[in-house]
Unconditional design. Structure first.
Length: 53
């Protein structure tokens, strides 16, 4: 499913290595971590894979 909201597109994450690397990059970003798990808890690619399964 793809959802369009103004200039934002939301789609289901694909089961591809490049998708996991991108999500890992976001979940290691300090600005994202302020609102997600906390700056002292960056995610690994294995953790991202576990979250999305």
């Amino acid at each position: 499913m793809i959802t369009f909201i103004e200039n934002i597109v939301i789609r289901k994450m694909r089961d591809e290595e490049k998708e996991y690397r991108l999500m890992t990059k976001w979940l290691r970003d300090d600005e994202v971590l302020k609102f997600y798990k906390g700056r002292d808890k960056p995610s690994t690619t294995d953790e991202v894979k576990a979250l999305t399964k």
